[in-house]
Design a protein around this ligand. Structure first.
Ligand code: XMP
Length: 517
């Protein structure tokens, strides 16, 4: 590890990943480990510059509730405990935490009662910043060596500090955007207190990743499935920079792609980057297998399995590949802390091509597995990919199949492609594309009566969807101006043959999902 790095011990908070994002925004590499998978020698070998203890759903007052590994308090590294992290630190060091009589959820005001190196110049004695709280328990007695530096109505020990040992405890969540100056507090901790250099950038990541890929792969051959999405594209360009034509990309055209998408992929990779590319048009095969199938999970399974067969076939034509490159990201890799133990309900099976590596008996190359999505976008720019390309909205593996509820036909897909293109064109023209997480059209499996000119029409209805989100786990519908929606609806009905009615989906997630299937 060439860079200073921070260890985040996860106690199961919904927002632990945000801590990591805030730390990395300061140019400091960090990893998230489950609290119960952090043995003493593993932590010591990792040699972090500082440790952050996350929040979590448990109460330290419960028997058998999680604790931080004792060794961290003896390692002479700065520690920041956030919410549950504060409470376990306090308990383990001899202070006291009480079960909740003063629950605080959402925005709250704190009073800064003392200057503290955690605040730097961000907050000074007497300031009253707004923060985001989410706790039922609270610290009532602080351990020896600590002092209270901020209070709130519901938390008399909103922030505590032991400046000698560089241990800090915060009851609220500095990692969420609603906490005023939350990022500055994290910066003060990782840069000023922990002394991290802040030199981890996508420029240095690129150099190091290239070295690592060369060392891993040697002179062996690699294949990489391109989906047209940002992750596999950035992975492919990075690997090509490392090992040149030892890499071959495979682009399987399932027939479920958006308008013009396949041409764009081929032009970009084959013509612009000169990366060896197999473009396999398998749309007839996919559509044939989907004939008569209207169940969403069935559709996903058929597409996933067919993809594996086609990909396997292409790979055997190349011959001799020992590696399969994948655009796996850090959120897919972080082990989550589970307290319930029970299986969670499957809402949708997103593992599009799970089983591909096993079937092909290949070694896996995952050069992005340490990165979050926004970091992959920065790396993409660093590698020369165009802004428009790296900021593309996510697109699901099964493609338009899940935006065409019910049975899929070529005719329906063609209509959907046109409507989707008109909608996205209007969003781009209006300058709204980058404000939206995902926007797309859905072709509904109903025909409705309309009137155009003097004639009756009996055509499909389409729904427009646009959501804001930070990770796809929750989402809000995008509040377009009525005037904009009305113009888009008119354009779609005028320009797209086969659609005579347009609706706008105002469901958030939950209870809806982003896609319709
Ligand atoms: P939902 O619809 O579950 O979508 O709210 C959350 C995010 O996941 C994408 N999505 C998929 N991605 N294969 C994928 O690779 C799938 O089967 C799939 N289904 C949904 C969706 O586009 C959104 O970004």
């Amino acid at each position: 590890m060439h860079h200073d790095h921070i260890l985040i011990l996860d106690f199961g908070s919904q927002v632990t990943q945000l801590i990591a994002r805030r730390v990395r925004e300061q140019g400091v590499y960090c990893e998230i480990w489950p609290f119960n998978d952090a043995a003493e020698d593993r932590i010591k070998n990792y040699n972090p510059k500082a440790i952050i203890l996350s929040g979590g759903p448990c109460s330290v007052t419960d028997e058998d509730s999680p604790r931080a590994p004792e060794c961290i308090f003896e390692m002479s590294v700065p520690i920041l405990g956030i919410c549950y992290g504060q409470q376990t630190m306090v308990t383990q060091l001899g202070g006291k935490v009480e079960g909740g009589h003063h629950r605080e959820f959402g925005r709250a005001e704190i009073n800064v009662t003392k200057n503290c190196s955690l605040f730097g110049t961000t907050w000074t004695e007497g300031s009253t910043p707004t923060v985001w709280m989410s706790h039922g328990d609270r610290v009532t007695n602080i351990p020896e060596g600590f002092e209270i530096v901020a209070t709130s109505k519901g938390a008399p020990c909103a922030i505590i500090a032991n400046e000698d040992k560089k241990f800090y405890g915060i009851q609220f969540h500095p990692e969420v955007m609603h906490t005023q100056n939350g990022s500055d507090i994290i910066r003060n901790f990782v840069i000023d207190i922990a002394g991290c250099a802040g030199d981890w950038t996508m420029g240095t990541y690129r150099e190091e990743a290239i070295e690592k890929i060369r060392a891993q792969v040697g002179d062996e051959k690699v294949i990489c499935g391109l989906s047209g999405g940002v992750d596999s594209s950035v992975a492919a360009v990075l690997i090509h920079e490392a090992i040149g034509d030892q890499l071959t990309c495979i682009y399987v055209d399932t027939g479920m792609m958006r308008k013009g998408e396949s041409d764009q992929v081929v032009n970009l990779f084959r013509d612009h980057y000169n990366i060896p590319l197999i473009h396999e048009d398998a749309s007839d095969l996919f559509l044939g297998k989907l004939t008569g199938v209207d169940d969403p999970e069935q559709k996903r399974k058929i597409i996933g399995n067919t993809f594996i067969d086609v990909f396997d076939d292409c790979a055997s034509r190349i011959g001799g590949a020992q590696w399969l490159a994948q655009g796996t990201l850090y959120p897919d890799v972080i082990e989550s802390v589970s307290f319930t133990g029970g299986p969670s309900v499957t809402i949708k099976s997103h593992h599009n091509v799970g089983g591909l590596p096993e079937k092909m008996n290949l070694k896996i190359l995952e050069p992005l597995r340490e990165l979050f999505k926004d970091e992959v976008r920065l790396l993409g720019k660093e590698l020369g990919l165009h802004d428009d390309f790296v900021s593309r909205h996510p697109f699901p593996g099964p493609g338009l199949a899940v935006r065409c509820p019910g049975e899929i036909t070529r005719e329906k897909l063609d209509i959907l492609r046109e409507a989707d293109a008109v909608y996205l064109d209007a969003i781009r023209e209006e300058g709204l594309y980058n404000e939206i997480w995902q926007a797309f059209a859905v072709l509904l499996p109903v025909r409705t009566v309309g009137v155009m000119g003097d004639g009756r029409t009996y055509d499909y209805a389409c729904a427009l969807r646009a959501v804001t989100s930070t990770d796809g786990m929750t989402a809000d519908f995008y509040p377009f101006e009525m005037d904009f929606l009305s113009r888009v609806a008119t354009r779609i009905i005028n320009e797209v043959r086969g659609i005579n009615r347009v609706t706008y989906d105002i469901t958030s997630k939950p209870p809806g999902t982003i896609e319709w299937e």
